[in-house]
Design a protein around this ligand. Structure first.
Ligand code: ADP
Ligand code: MG
Length: 300
């Protein structure tokens, strides 16, 4: 198959691994920087151009869309969809997952466990918003933050109120979320491919830090997850409409609490923590899907 890997940088670990795994299985991968794509939007004749040439037919696309290029990146994915190319994660699914508020609303509707979360733009009554979430300690996060950026742990209601005021001043959308203390700075990243959790790791924040993201210095080990956690991760990805997803789960008193579903989860941390060849799982999944002629989420 001709496989397009949409990535800004061919030297990134995840990109290299996908190229390697595709080649090892006899495919022809090409790394395409979405920001260098340009497109025509003509009735019935969608095309994508890249570096002065029209892109030839691909059989499948693996989008790896970084947070900073969501808008244009999903437009390029959508253009592939318009051309009838199979995209393992569709543009609509990526957009759903990237917006933490939209994602949590969709998950809540289907009964997925979440930390108690409030959402506001410019609340007149900050104290009531804080009460709604169950008082401090609470985490206040920007709706489009990633890699642990754009969030604060407020230990007291006063601290929470001043962070909320600051975010309000920035005119930013944010979530206020109950802090799941009993998770003790750890969370579980489940890597889902198709209908399977192919690997899971427990990430633990470094001392003095509550965010377990590896980009924030967290450490990772392979972990055995419970049947309930497995079910939750698979359902959460399915609700987002993602075939490849990294589902972040806190072990809360009342059971698994999903914080977010990542549409372009990194491979490096989890492959090295678990020894699982995730890149090959993704490529074999592509083969099955393309072979069965499946098309999802046609970019509507
Ligand atoms: P990001 O997109 O930046 O990764 P997350 O919502 O996944 O945002 O949060 C980053 C990390 O912060 C999580 O992996 C977790 O360790 C910690 N964290 C986030 N929200 C909570 C919470 N409500 N309770 C406890 N820890 C949290
Ligand atoms: Mg996360």
């Amino acid at each position: 198959m001709k496989i397009a890997i949409l990535s800004r940088n061919r030297r990134l670990y995840s990109t290299r691994r996908l190229v390697e795994a595709a080649r090892a299985r006899g495919h022809a991968p090409q790394v395409i920087d979405v920001l260098r794509c340009y497109m025509n939007i003509e009735p019935l004749k969608p095309e994508i151009h890249f570096r002065g040439k029209r892109l030839k037919a691909f059989d499948a696309v693996v989008p790896r869309i970084g947070a900073s290029v969501t808008f244009y990146g999903t437009a390029v994915v959508r253009q592939f969809e318009m051309m009838g190319v199979y995209c393992v994660n569709g543009s609509v699914a990526i957009t759903r997952a990237r917006d933490k508020l939209r994602a949590l609303q969709l998950l809540a509707r289907r009964g997925i466990g979440l930390p108690t979360t409030g959402f506001a733009h410019s609340p007149d009554d900050t104290a009531d918003l804080i009460r709604l979430v169950g008082n401090a300690p609470m985490v206040i996060k920007l709706v489009e933050g990633t890699q642990g950026q754009g969030m604060v742990l407020a230990e007291t209601n006063e601290a929470a109120a001043s962070v909320i005021d600051a975010f309000r001043g920035l005119d930013a959308y944010f979530l206020a979320q109950a802090f799941v203390k009993e998770a003790e700075g750890s969370d579980i990243r489940c890597f889902v491919v198709g209908n399977q959790v192919v690997a899971a790791m427990q990430r633990t924040a470094r001392p003095g830090e509550f965010r377990s993201n590896l980009h924030r210095g967290g450490s990772a080990v392979a972990v055995k997850i419970t049947a309930e956690e497995r079910r939750t991760a698979i359902r959460a990805s399915r609700i987002m409409g993602l075939q490849v997803a990294g589902v972040d789960i806190l072990r809360a008193k009342q059971g698994p609490a999903v914080m977010e579903v990542n549409a372009s989860p990194g491979l490096e941390g989890i492959e090295s923590a678990t020894g699982v060849d995730i890149a090959s799982h993704i490529i074999t999944h592509l083969e099955t899907e393309v072979m069965s002629g499946r098309q999802r989420d046609q970019g509507g």
